[in-house]
Design a protein around this ligand. Structure first.
Ligand code: PLP
Length: 375
């Protein structure tokens, strides 16, 4: 059987990984500044993570959500403590798109409304309601197209006001920092204004922290740079450090009823063990603080490379915006300097490394980038 050919692949086969490094089948070692698309938070194959998942598997790997699972309670407690949202409720699922799809359904159930506002260049995953809230026609299939999805310009509060004046809006969904759309940061004032408009209109605010959450921005959630408390917060990528797990944090006023949301695999024992290990390591190794420090250092070093690109980002979520396509630069970084980077569009290099990135590794990248740009 052939694989359904939807991915453009690098000609590399990783077979081993540790911390910020991966090794390919030919024994080459690469510095991973892409983190498997912002997924690797505590570092590849962290010993505590491997031990907790292995031990859990020896006990019980899976049972459905029809029985008590104390690991879910433990995860909820730890997540409440580390995020500062300990009065919120947790719904567990398996991926970022699923977290957003559930957040959208939840907002619709709660408000009894159908319309949602999303933003230009936003991305919330590829399930039906989530994908409808993007302005990228290539990924919206005819079945996903709906008049319930309103896309307004990013960071434009008067456009939001106008959309509210003309529609009964269930919720606004916005990324903590836009990822695939090119590392666009919502202004603090914009977020505060959004939060206010949403409240005045009996609507809800959904923060999509699938990529920008879990410490990547240098705070646990990127929106915590602004003074807001969203009604619903979604998360996934860094949550399981590669184990598929997603979550929805839900404000205390939103009430659940049995059968409102559901999933077979979400919150299973192995996923909880992985997510608990991630929070343990984030805390014991102070990785959120490290993301802030390493990210600030990396940005300072990048600022010194004048004239080639502009920089946007926070913590270890950084975009280098070039005027020209970056394919050749990325290929040279990969092939000649053994450094993996991400991309956004064809003119941005996106850096999403594990949160344990060291200053030395940062310099390894900036030295390599200087060499490539000098070619
Ligand atoms: N939301 C954001 C902001 C994302 O960056 C992504 C994935 O890149 C998703 C949602 C979808 O997550 P998943 O691929 O786990 O479904």
């Amino acid at each position: 059987m052939k694989l359904f050919d939807v991915y453009q692949l690098f000609d590399i086969t990783p077979v081993k990984a540790s911390g910020c490094y991966i090794w390919d089948s030919e024994g080459n070692k690469y510095l991973d500044l892409y983190g498997g698309h912002a997924v690797i938070s505590i570092g590849h194959s962290h010993p505590r993570y491997v031990e907790m998942i292995s031990e859990q598997l020896r006990q019980i790997g899976f049972y459905s959500n029809s029985v008590k699972n104390p690991l879910q309670q433990r995860l909820a407690r730890l997540l409440g403590e580390i995020s500062g949202y300990d009065d919120y409720q947790l719904f567990l699922c398996n991926s970022g798109a699923e977290a957003n799809e559930n957040a959208i359904k939840l907002a619709s159930f709660t408000t009894g409304r159908k319309k949602f506002i999303g933003f230009s260049k936003g991305f919330h995953g590829r399930t039906s309601a989530a994908v409808a809230l993007t302005d990228n026609p290539k990924i919206v299939a005819p079945v996903n197209q709906t008049d319930n999805a309103l896309i307004v310009p990013f960071n434009d509060i008067s456009a939001v006001k106008k959309a509210f004046a003309e529609n009964e809006v269930a919720a606004v969904i916005i990324e903590g920092i836009q990822g695939i759309g090119g590392i666009n940061i919502p202004d603090d004032n914009f977020l505060t204004g959004l939060s206010k408009i949403v409240k005045e209109n009996g609507s809800l605010l959904i923060m999509d922290e699938v990529q920008s959450g879990y410490g990547r921005s240098g705070k646990f959630f990127a929106h915590q740079y602004a003074d807001i408390r969203p009604d619903i917060i979604t998360m996934a990528k860094g949550m399981g450090n590669g184990f598929p797990v997603g979550g929805v944090l839900i404000a205390p006023e939103i009430e659940a009823w049995h059968g409102m949301l559901g999933t077979t695999f979400g919150g299973n024992h192995l996923a909880c063990a992985a997510a608990i290990a991630v929070i343990d390591v984030l805390r014991s190794e102070k990785l959120v603080e490290n993301a802030a420090k390493s990210g600030a250092f990396l940005m300072e070093e990048l600022e010194k490379i004048n004239g080639h690109f502009t920089i946007r980002g926070k913590g270890l979520m950084i975009g280098l915006q070039f005027q020209q396509p970056v394919k050749e630069i990325r290929t040279k970084l990969l092939m000649e300097h053994k450094i993996f980077t991400g991309v956004s569009g064809d003119k941005m290099i996106r850096l999403l490394p594990p949160l344990c990135l060291t200053k030395w590794q940062t310099s390894q990248f900036t030295d390599a980038l200087k060499a490539v740009l000098a070619d």
